[in-house]
Design a protein around this ligand. Structure first.
Ligand code: BMP
Length: 212
């Protein structure tokens, strides 16, 4: 386990496949979201899963039926996991977890976002969302590497069974080693890797920092 997830927010297929191939020795999975899928279509997921497991970051946040349709598309394309919001409530999350269970895939629920605005509305609900993620049988939560103390708080709530995947390392100011020490299982890193002259070296450096 390398503890590193690549956030592949480049917008074109050629760069996406080049970078994914370059860093494949260092990353456990690749997070793909709107920037790349809106640029290239969901077919890019089918190509990337040949390189590493893909987590589809669509921050799913809708009524249960729409959530179900989104999850089915994403898992049919081969994604191993999906990121959902939690603020839409338990029925919406249940709908995602049910589809994931049918496919044998993972659901990660956003608790509190990593950017400065992430405290405005998430702060009062982050812990409740984490509790709901446990109760709904999600695989894990997303918690901010920019605030390791919050990762610690959320780890206390979810226990050891759920994973914490943590964005905000590098470009947003967070430290990989600090957030792993605070209880994260994986860090999610985008710009510090894909904007580097050597994505492989940048990925290796983050791995080394985490002693993996
Ligand atoms: P970067 O390392 O370039 O900051 O990228 C972080 C990635 O994680 C982006 O894809 C972003 O959309 C995502 N993300 C985040 O930064 N904070 C969150 O709270 C949740 C996210 O999914």
């Amino acid at each position: 386990k390398n503890r590193l997830i690549l956030a592949l927010d480049v917008t074109d297929r050629e760069n996406a496949l080049r970078i994914a191939n370059e860093v494949s020795d260092y990353v456990d999975s690749i997070k793909v979201g709107y920037p790349l899928v809106l640029g290239e279509g969901l077919g890019i997921v089918k190509e990337l899963v040949e390189i590493a497991p893909v987590i589809a970051d669509f921050k799913v946040a809708d009524i249960p039926n729409t959530d179900r349709l989104i999850c089915e598309h994403v898992f049919n394309a081969g994604a191993a996991g999906i990121i959902t919001h939690g603020f839409t409530g338990r029925d919406s999350l249940d709908s995602c977890v049910k589809v994931a269970n049918d496919f044998g895939t993972d659901v990660y629920v956003v608790t509190e976002m990593s950017h400065p605005g992430g405290v405005e509305f998430f702060r009062p609900v982050a812990e409740d969302i984490a509790k709901m993620a446990v109760e709904a049988g999600a695989s894990g939560v997303v918690a901010p590497a920019t605030r390791p103390e919050r990762v610690k708080d959320i780890r206390k709530i979810i226990g050891e069974e759920l994973s914490i995947i943590s964005p905000g390392v590098g470009a947003q100011g967070g430290s990989a080693a600090d957030v792993i020490r605070a209880g994260a299982d994986w860090v999610i890193v985008g710009r510090s890797i894909y904007n580097s002259d050597s994505p492989a070296e940048a990925a290796k450096k983050i791995c080394d920092e985490m002693n993996c």
